[in-house]
Ligand binder design. Structure first.
Ligand code: MG
Length: 293
């Protein structure tokens, strides 16, 4: 079977939607990930597929305030993908939000491309707030941004960051957590992609970061444990943080999202061996077939 890779120029608005609509968006993002990784011939498959549901709601559900036509809009909220190796999902989201043409997704990891293996400020891709990928640094920068908004500018802008769970083995993460709790950064939402996978195996076997809920609570967070593939769950939790401001009581928020690495593609599902590998052509064909159902 022959495979022709094309990226249809389709943009999704940032607005309230039904769970079914989010699922369609998430699967479009997953197809973008598979296609761009196949063309790249290297890169990370499992993590980006696993957070596609979270990212679809966050970026296309009216939660994050942004303007793709004015990426530096001063009143925008901030999103930092601390787990920078999951860049393929961030690039897919930004393309589908209208920051740049979807066709650019075909340049992932190519020499001279703005879509490098990890997000970088140096390549000036619209929608990227900071370089990330040195694990723990992105979320630390996000905490600094939240501090700046809450304590210096005293505005209502929100800052979101996604870390991996293996990423929490980096000590700098806990310095960031301590800072967010100490300064009562209730404009900060830390989402942990809790797939219990990292490149070398199960997180609990490599170096356990558990128990997570108790740790974040001890650092002063309000913590939610959710199913990171259950759209209703994601919506309900983000509503509490963003729409109702019910949690704006001097505590940062942590969402521990239980996810599966490679979600949506049967042969990648919950398999840490897909952490840092791209699909080959046959695998991409099978993945795209599954994702188009
Ligand atoms: Mg992980």
């Amino acid at each position: 079977m022959d495979l022709k890779i094309e990226f249809e120029e389709k943009i999704f608005e940032n607005k309230r939607r039904s769970p079914d609509e989010f699922k369609i968006i998430a699967n479009t993002l997953r197809q973008d990930i598979i296609k761009s990784l196949l063309l790249a011939g290297s890169g990370h498959s499992g993590g980006p597929l696993g957070i596609a549901d979270l990212m679809s709601v966050l970026y296309f559900g009216g939660y994050l305030n942004y303007n793709p036509h004015e990426p530096d809009w001063k009143d925008r909220d901030r999103f930092i993908l601390s787990a920078g190796h999951m860049a393929p999902i961030l690039y897919a989201v930004l393309a589908r939000a209208g920051y740049f043409p979807a066709s650019e997704l075909a340049t992932l990891r190519k020499f001279g491309s703005r879509l490098q293996g990890h997000p970088g400020l140096d390549v000036k891709l619209p929608g990227i707030e900071t370089s990330s990928g040195s694990l723990g640094q992105g979320v630390s920068i996000a905490v600094g941004m939240a501090m700046s908004h809450k304590l210096v500018d005293k505005d209502s802008k929100e800052v979101y960051s996604i870390t991996g769970d293996g990423e929490l083995q980096e000590g700098i993460c806990w310095e960031a957590a301590m800072t967010a709790g100490t300064y009562g950064l209730d404009n900060f939402c830390w989402i942990v992609d809790n797939n219990d996978c990292q490149i070398d195996g199960r997180v609990k076997n490599v170096m356990s970061v558990y128990p997570l809920k108790e740790k974040f609570e001890a650092f002063g967070f309000t913590v939610f444990e959710i199913d990171g593939h259950n759209i209703v769950d994601i919506i309900a939790t983000l509503d509490k943080f963003t729409r109702f401001h019910a949690l704006r009581k001097g505590k940062p928020v942590c969402i521990i999202a239980k996810t599966f690495m490679g979600n949506g593609v049967s042969f990648m599902h919950d398999n840490y061996k897909w952490h840092g590998n791209p699909p080959n052509k046959e695998q991409a064909i099978k993945a795209l077939e599954e994702l188009s159902k």
